[in-house]
Design a protein. Sequence first.
Length: 605
Amino acid sequence: MTAFLYPHETKTRRIIDISGVWKFKLDKNNEGRDNHWKDGLSDTTLMAVPASYNDISTEKAFRDHCGDVWYETDFYIAEEWQEKEVYVRFGSATHRAIVYVNGQEVVSHDGGYMPFAGKLNDVVKFGEKNTMVVVVNNELSRKTIPCGDIVTHANGTREVKPFFDFFNYAGIHRAVKLMALPKQRIDDINVLTDFDQSLGKVGYAVSALGAGDVSVELFDEAGKLVAAGEGSEGSLTIDNVKLWQPGNAYLYTLQVSLSEAGQLQDQYPVEVGVRTVKVEGTRFLINNEPFYFKGFGKHEDSHIHGRGYDAALNLRDMELLDWIGANSIRTSHYPYSEEFMQLADRKGLVVINETPAVGQFDVMMNFMAAGQGGESQSKFFERPEVQNEGMEAHKDAIRELFKRDKNHACVVMWSLSNEPDTSQEASDAYFKEVFAYARDLDPQNRPLTFVNFMLAPYGKCHAHQYADVICLNRYYGWYMMGGIEMDNAGEAFAKELAGWATENKPVVITEYGADTMAGIHKLPSVQWSEEYQCEYLDQQHYAFDSCPAVVGEQMWNFADFQTWEGIMRVDGNKKGAFTRDRQPKMSAHHLKRRWDKIDDFGYKA
């Protein structure tokens, strides 16, 4: 768990951020491993950390590189840290990385969106300069999460072909930090909250490395002590509890201490929002009240930074979500940064937290057949590599996500996959095992879902029975029934929703949208115009309002985002309510007028 507790600096922990401008080298011939680049790079350029490397250069071969890239930086570790356990921690590196310090491997990691850490004590020189080299690889296959393929062209150029409709940004995407931790320390914390009228309950379970006695203190937002306890497991009570609520967050701080013979060994804080989540029939309940999801699927995506962490951008996005009347987002289609999740906790933003399992069908161009409700030609879930290595990678992604984000009050549901081809019979056994695996991992037992798309409309899906909530991505009026036929899209969508409603589960529409170029206006409307996007939204909202089982609408997408190049996309996906630089289209104002009239309980004024 060394990597999964966020690197807070406390009385007992020291943290230094070594992000910045590092040396960088594109491995054009993928020769660096054989030629021992781990021992030091030559002929380098410069690269920002954190950031995607793709959009910083002006060279197309740089942006679209397939394979390894290399980073190098120097750092010092203070001599007084010798009595601590010293680690280097990466917030993420997409999609896999190996870290070398002074030529020796200290950690490797597969999976592009989770933190990982390597111990440094035996490889560094305390009080002297040390050199770190990192190799990061962006390749995809049917065995990886997310999924894709590699194509070699006639001129020998290798290209990553993702099975998903967003750009395969790569690099060191989140902060890199040095951590000096006590040898006897807190290793993991589980929090479970409940309430009975005005009495709040905070259950906790703490695991530690080494001997010591565990004690806990719970503080309110003013810093006042409201409860305390002894032992590695227990339950605290709060009189006149203030609940964490959508749009009205309240966070307590659980301070966990580890002591031996009266001497403090370690201390670690966890922000705690007291709230409950459950599903009853077609209702989704937060704090025993029905909740209606209003918001978006998003991407971590911006000009130049790509998928790299951007604190200012996250704050701007939060402001826009508040302005438009949104109360929720889905972390499509991968886990977002820890700092984003912390903001969501503080802002009361409800989050459907999604694994990076996207592209679980054979070719990305299947999305046209999918959008049109056509028949799948994919045999993805019949492939042995998917059933074996692919499933193990999927389970690893679930396990790591639950470890990292289990204590976040903002997380109300886990999405285990986006748009897998569940029209295939083989998907039944696959998702039966995946859902069974996930059920045992979350101490809070939050609802589980996956996101269904048009290849598996009602009556043809082989995996929805395992989900607690039905999540649907639908494009009636865009990929199907577009143009003049769009006037019938709402009725067609309503007909399908009536079928899903018979499952007696809540239904959330997790994607619906139409590509729209900002500034294109046309009367009468045509596809790609801002007028068409608003008319399209009206058709979708008619369908939602016709079905009492629908408990949420999350438009695709919050903002325009980058995709791989092709004739289906004009420099990216343009379905955003906001442009890529976070300015509103007509549709943003259209949504605001609707969402301002719908409260968090789904009541429509």
